[in-house]
Design a protein around this ligand. Structure first.
Ligand code: BGP
Length: 489
């Protein structure tokens, strides 16, 4: 099996999960800095009755691992060299918005923050790794949420424009691939983190996540769609060689009807639209889809929109579609479940071979990646970029300081096999970036214990650890795959 020439091979991380240095060099907190995992019920803010507003409130009993994370902020050179050692020709990370505009609403950027990304991006280029930069990976400055309610406020569009203009000007000619909002399609169930939206005067201030209103979420949706269009426009005006893509979690595209009951077939399809396409259609077609407008009508709600912005959306659609894929799920109208670890969603699929180990139990479905790549390509006819795929395992070093993670490599190889099938099907796939090529803090649970890396980091859930890096066995196998452009698979 051989992958296309110039295929982008590498890995992906996010600033908030690896950098640490959460208040260093002028940075202020972002939303993920105050939560222990985005699945947490405690959002790290509390209602101040006197002031009638939310304020940051950290729990002294909790360990906020992301504050130090794996200290990538100070160790990025060593880490990037390890990545280059696997032959990566591409590396994805995010710029933490709050390093550049700490509160999000300042007039001038924080030079120290820019200097860090100067060094980081230059190092990637020196190592011949194409930088792929996410502009916001769950990193809305906290101040924008507590002062403005986040993206439901139209002013966020101007703050965002200032931020992206600053980084486009600074990294012009250096960064070719920009991604807008990481997995923003999770915003309906995860409004604070994925959507960057918070209702400022909630009915129940003790539950800021649950109290974010329907109206605020959908107003924020519209503003994010406009901001996405501005990003495309500004990028082209400033650096015509660079390309802008959206980034949507696309595991949800593999929501299978549990059986051929037409209600389940429809329910599965509708789930896919309202979990994924509702943003994809807006970003790729430049239109608010009819099924979204139906939801608004049924709730007797109309967001404030204007024709100039709607036209801007139409004229500035994304040039590629980037995605994460981890697992599939099923839809059965008579069955509902949930789970803090994001484990099996829907009824267990009897045709799948297994799950990632407990407590996470994410179903493993390599054929699903072929399916979603085809569905997305048939719909959008845009190049697809897999910017996250991987498996989290609870691992410890053996007495010789090694980790045999053959299970991880089977996961990767099985998925790559079906990526290749999709390419044979005619799907244009730009590249494959493994999620978390070095252990980072888990986004969902805030743990170190859920490790994805080809490189192990000595750090634990209770916050202790030397932060030393150790190469796992998978490191060598991934290197061989890249070296052979997939031919050894
Ligand atoms: C995606 C996020 C990543 C990442 C990954 C794995 O949703 O974009 O930030 O962490 O999932 O999830 P987790 O860390 O919860 O295992």
């Amino acid at each position: 099996m051989s992958f296309p020439k110039n295929f982008l091979w590498g890995g992906a991380v996010a600033a908030n999960q690896c950098e640490g240095a959460w208040l260093e060099d002028g940075k202020a907190p972002n939303v993920t800095d105050v939560m222990v995992g985005i699945g947490s019920k405690d959002p790290g803010i509390k209602w101040n009755k006197d002031l009638q507003k939310y304020e940051m409130c950290l729990d002294p009993k909790k360990v906020y691992l992301s504050h130090e994370a794996i200290d990538f902020y100070h160790r990025y050179e060593e880490d990037l060299e390890l990545m280059a050692g696997m032959g990566f020709n591409c590396f994805r990370t995010s710029i933490a918005w709050g390093r550049i505009f700490p509160n999000g609403d300042e007039d001038t950027p924080n030079e120290k923050g820019l200097e860090f990304y100067d060094r980081l991006i230059d190092k990637m280029l020196e190592l011949h790794m194409e930088p792929v930069i996410t502009l916001s990976h769950y990193e809305t400055p906290l101040h924008l949420l507590t002062e403005y309610g986040g993206w439901s406020d139209h002013r966020l569009i101007d703050f965002w424009k200032r931020y992206v203009t600053t980084v486009f000007q600074r990294y012009k000619g250096k960064v070719k691939y920009w991604l807008t909002f990481n997995e923003v399609n999770n915003m309906m169930h995860n409004p604070l983190v994925a959507g960057g939206v918070l209702t400022l005067h909630p009915e129940n201030p003790d539950d800021p996540i649950g109290s974010t209103t329907f109206e605020d979420k959908w107003q924020a949706y519209y503003h994010i769609c406009v901001a996405n269009a501005w990003t495309v426009k500004l990028c082209h005006d400033i650096d015509p060689q660079a390309k802008v893509g959206c980034m949507l979690t696309s595991s949800s595209v593999a929501t299978y009807p549990y059986n051929c009951n037409p209600d389940n077939v429809w329910g599965a399809y509708d789930t896919v639209r309202m979990a994924n396409f509702y943003f994809g259609d807006a970003f790729c077609f430049g239109e608010i889809p009819g099924y979204v407008q139906r939801v608004w009508r049924e709730h007797d709600f109309q967001p404030i929109m204007n024709d100039v912005e709607l036209q801007l959306m139409k004229e500035n659609t994304v040039e590629f579609f980037s995605l994460s894929y981890y697992r599939s799920s099923t839809y059965d109208q008579d069955y509902a479940n949930g789970g803090d670890t994001g484990g099996i969603t829907g009824k267990e699929n009897p045709y799948l071979e297994g799950c990632s180990p407990k407590p996470w139990s994410w179903p493993i479905d390599p054929k699903g990646i072929r399916y979603i790549l085809n569905v997305l390509y048939d719909r959008y006819h845009l190049p697809l970029f897999i910017v996250e795929n991987g498996i989290g395992l609870d691992e410890t070093l053996d007495e010789n300081g090694h980790i045999d993670d053959a299970f991880r490599m089977k996961y990767v190889e099985d998925h790559l096999h079906y990526v290749h099938e999709a390419i044979l099907d005619g799907v244009e796939v730009m590249g494959y970036l493994y999620w978390g090529p070095i252990d980072v803090v888990s986004a969902g649970t805030g743990e170190m214990r859920k490790r994805y890396g080809f490189v192990y980091v000595d750090r634990f859930n209770d916050g202790h650890g030397t932060l030393e890096r150790h190469i796992k066995n998978s490191y060598y196998r991934y290197k061989e795959i890249i070296e052979s452009n997939g031919e050894i698979l």
